[in-house]
Write a protein that binds this ligand. Structure first.
Ligand SMILES: Cc1cc2nc3c(=O)[nH]c(=O)nc-3n(C[C@H](O)[C@H](O)[C@H](O)COP(=O)(O)OP(=O)(O)OC[C@H]3O[C@@H](n4cnc5c(N)ncnc54)[C@H](O)[C@@H]3O)c2cc1C
Length: 416
C-alpha cells in the first residue's frame, strides 16, 4: 500500500497528483470465499479489516449493494462517546473510543478525530438523576461525566442564551463527557476499506445479496446476489437497518425493529461551538463541522419504517427545541437534510452474535453505531475467526433474549 505522508504528498505534487494509487481495487468477483461480509458500511469494513489484521483471514469478500460507505456511515452525526449505563455496555464503548484514538495512525489515514468533549445541558431533575447514576456506573469502567455549573455551561457554549430562570425549562447544570469526539465519517469508511484491501480483502460494490443460502444440514453455504451465487461457510450480515429482510430469507426472525432517524446541517458559519452539545430534555444535539456547518440531530420517527427521508414534523420538533435554548440560531439557514434507517433491539443494546444457523453471524441493533465501528468490527472479527465471542460482546449475544437477560439501555442514550 502506498503510504500517505508529507513526503508522498510533496512527491505527488510534482506530478500533478496523477500518480496516486487507487485506495482499493475492484477485482473480479469469485464464486467462493472463506468469509462473506454483507454490507460495506462502517461495521462491515471494520470487521473485514480486523479479520485480516488480527486473525490473518484474507480470503474475504465484502458485498455492498450500493457504493462503499453510502449507508448510515455517511448519514450520521458522527458523535463518538461512551456514556452508557450498564456494566455490560460501558466497557465495549470505552474500548471503541480507545480504538478511535489510534485509528488515524493505525490506518495511515486521517479520520479527522477531534476529541472535543460533549456537554449535556440538563433541564430536568429526572434527567439529572439519570446522568448522576450513569456518572457513577461509568466511573467504575474508566468513562467520565463531570458536573459543571450553569455559568460554566454558558461560558463553554457561548450561543446558549436561552434556558434562563424564567424559561419553561431553566438550565440546572451541565454534565461534561470529556472523551466524547467527532470524526470524519467518509474517512473512516475509506480508511478501513483501504486497510482491508491492502491485506487482500475484496470489496465488491453494486453487489446486492438477495437471500442467504443453507445446505441440507442447515448450515450456511453462501449467498444469492444480483451477480449470481457466491459460496462461503461463514457469512456475516452487517447491513444496519435491513438485517431482518436478509435473515428472514433463511427463516431467522430477530427481535429488531427499523426506524428512521434524521439529521440536517446549517449553512457554514464562523466557529461558534467547539464541543458537542446535547440537550437530552428537549431532544436535540449538534456539533460544528470543520466546514462551519452545524450538524444537528433530533429524535427518531415514532413509527417503524425503512424511509431515508425526513418528515417535516420531526424536523420542526428538533428546530423548535434548538431555538428554545439558542434563539440567535433563528437567523440561520438550513442547507441539507437526510435520514437513515436503523434497526433497534428493544433493550437498545446491539446484537453481535452467532445464530442457531451454523456459519451465520449478525451485527445489528446499532442505534448509535458510528461510535462503535472499531470495537464492533474488532469483536465480530474475533467471533467469526474463533467461533467464540470476544469477552466484550458476550452480553450482546442473541441468547440474551431467550434467557431474558436484557441489557437495558432504553431511555438512557437512545430516545426509544
Ligand atoms: C441521522 C443519523 C444520525 C446518527 N448519528 C449517530 C451519531 O452521532 N453517533 C453514532 O454513534 N451513531 C449515529 N448514527 C447511527 C450510525 O450511523 C449507525 O448505527 C451505523 O452507521 C451503522 O453501522 P454501519 O456503518 O455498518 O451501517 P451502514 O453504513 O448503513 O452499512 C450497511 C451497509 O449494508 C448495505 N446493504 C444493505 N442491504 C444489503 C444487501 N442486501 N446486500 C448488500 N449490501 C447491503 C447498505 O447499502 C450499507 O452500505 C446515526 C444514524 C443516523 C441515520
Amino acid at each position: 500500500m502506498q503510504r500517505y505522508s508529507l513526503f508522498s504528498l510533496a512527491r505527488n505534487a510534482f506530478t500533478g497528483h496523477r500518480n496516486w494509487q487507487a485506495a482499493w481495487r475492484s477485482p473480479p468477483l469469485r464464486d467462493a470465499y472463506d468469509v462473506i461480509i454483507i454490507g460495506a458500511g462502517g461495521h462491515g469494513l471494520a470487521t473485514a479489516y480486523y479479520l485480516a489484521k488480527n486473525h490473518g483471514l484474507t480470503n474475504v469478500a465484502v458485498l455492498e449493494r450500493g457504493w462503499l460507505g453510502g449507508g448510515n456511515i455517511a448519514r450520521n452525526t458522527v458523535t463518538i462517546r461512551s456514556n452508557y449505563l450498564r456494566d455490560e455496555s460501558i466497557p465495549f464503548f470505552v474500548k471503541s473510543v480507545k480504538l478511535y484514538e489510534g485509528l488515524t495512525r493505525d490506518l495511515n489515514y486521517n479520520i479527522m478525530f477531534s476529541q472535543r468533549s460533549m456537554i449535556d445541558v440538563v433541564q430536568t431533575y429526572p434527567k439529572l438523576r439519570d446522568l448522576n447514576r450513569r456518572m457513577l456506573a461509568m466511573d467504575i469502567h474508566g468513562s467520565t461525566y463531570e458536573r459543571i455549573s450553569v455559568d460554566e455551561v454558558r461560558h463553554r457554549i457561548p450561543p446558549l442564551t436561552g434556558g434562563g430562570p424564567d424559561s419553561r425549562l431553566p438550565i440546572i447544570c451541565g454534565m461534561v463527557h470529556p472523551t466524547a469526539a467527532v470524526a470524519r465519517h467518509d474517512a473512516i469508511a475509506w480508511g478501513l476499506a483501504r486497510g482491508a484491501d491492502d491485506y487482500g480483502v475484496e470489496i465488491h460494490q453494486h453487489t446486492e445479496v438477495k437471500s442467504l443460502l443453507r445446505g441440507p444440514d442447515g448450515a450456511i453455504t453462501g449467498v444469492d446476489t444480483n451477480r449470481g451465487v457466491i459460496n462461503a461457510p461463514k457469512v456475516a450480515v452487517v447491513v444496519s437497518g435491513h438485517t431482518t429482510t436478509l435473515t428472514e430469507t433463511v427463516g431467522l426472525r430477530l427481535p429488531l425493529q427499523t426506524y428512521n432517524l434524521t439529521a440536517f446541517v446549517s449553512d457554514p458559519v464562523k466557529p461558534i461551538i467547539d464541543v458537542v452539545v446535547n440537550c437530552p430534555d428537549i431532544g436535540v444535539y449538534f456539533s460544528q463541522s470543520d466546514k462551519g456547518e452545524l450538524v444537528i440531530g433530533g429524535a427518531t420517527d415514532p413509527q417503524q419504517s425503512f424511509r431515508r427521508g425526513i418528515k417535516e414534523n420531526v424536523f420542526e420538533d428538533a428546530v423548535s427545541a434548538m431555538l428554545e435554548l439558542f434563539p440567535s440560531f433563528k437567523r440561520m439557514k438550513m442547507l441539507r437534510q437526510w435520514g437513515g434507517s436503523l434497526d433497534f433491539a428493544h433493550d437498545a443494546t446491539p446484537i453481535v452474535s452467532g445464530t442457531d444457523i451454523p456459519g451465520l453471524y449478525v451485527s445489528a441493533g446499532w442505534w448509535g453505531g458510528f461510535k462503535a465501528v472499531p470495537a464492533g468490527g474488532m469483536t465480530l472479527a474475533h467471533l467469526i475467526a474463533n467461533n467464540q465471542p470476544h469477552p466484550l460482546i458476550e452480553p450482546f449475544s442473541l441468547d440474551r433474549f431467550k434467557r431474558l437477560e436484557f441489557v437495558l439501555e432504553s431511555g438512557t442514550t437512545a430516545t426509544r
